[in-house]
Design a protein around this ligand. Sequence first.
Ligand code: ATP
Length: 258
Amino acid sequence: MTARFSARALREGLTTSFVGRRLEYRAALGSTQDLARELAQAGAAEGTVVLAGRQTAGRGRLERSWVSPGGGIYLTAVLRPPAEHLKALVIIAGLAVARGIERVAGLETSLKWPNDVLVAGRKIAGILSESELVGEGVSYALVGIGVNVNADMVAYPETAPLATSVMTELGREVSREALAAGILNEFEALYLAAQAGEPIHEEWRARLGMLGKQVQVRFGEQLEEGLAEDVDSDGSLILRRADGSHVTIAAGDVTLRS
Ligand code: ATP
């Protein structure tokens, strides 16, 4: 049985200057995105983090649901980046989760474009970035991160056998507080690096499993096939079709073609 989450222990693990410095912890929430949105609309400071012990209505992209049992990490960070850095939030979050899992749990991770973190080919974490714009600017952005930590995902038929957890891969529980703090520490460092113009997408690109492979990508009603040639600094996929033409895709569902 997983121990109760300690917001104090998380705070003690933070080395950030603003991310997580205001921390709203709830044992259970519908979705951390919803409370974070309320706080953002009420003027919450950049870096405010909402964290829940479990979610009853966790969401993924496109209104898909995110299975959120006790034992996981469910958090949303409120950010106010310049508009030109908005798209990089998925890159920053994906890298922060990958680095955090590697450093705290010692597991090797890979990234699945555009927003999944995998261990041993199975999904261990997901990322959801939502934003509210005013004119040309960003009013606020909400970066949601869900990580399967001390839960056995086999118990959830909606996700098994595509999901795994840190506990399943390691064979023991890990401290959710240490892992959440590790992810937030990496997040802030990457967020600041991106705004300082550092090419953080290069590490992200190096961790993506599909580049150089033949893929099929579904997005909206469209289906494209071709070589996953590269990603750009916004995180969009550059696909080379069989006829040699290129198409740039912001997000979609990708499958490898055998
Ligand atoms: P995928 O690329 O895996 O098809 P997605 O990127 O389109 O998913 P996400 O927003 O990352 O969608 O997450 C929603 C999907 O992830 C769900 O439809 C479900 O298949 C899967 N899922 C839901 N909860 C979990 C979980 N706790 N762990 C792993 N996978 C999950």
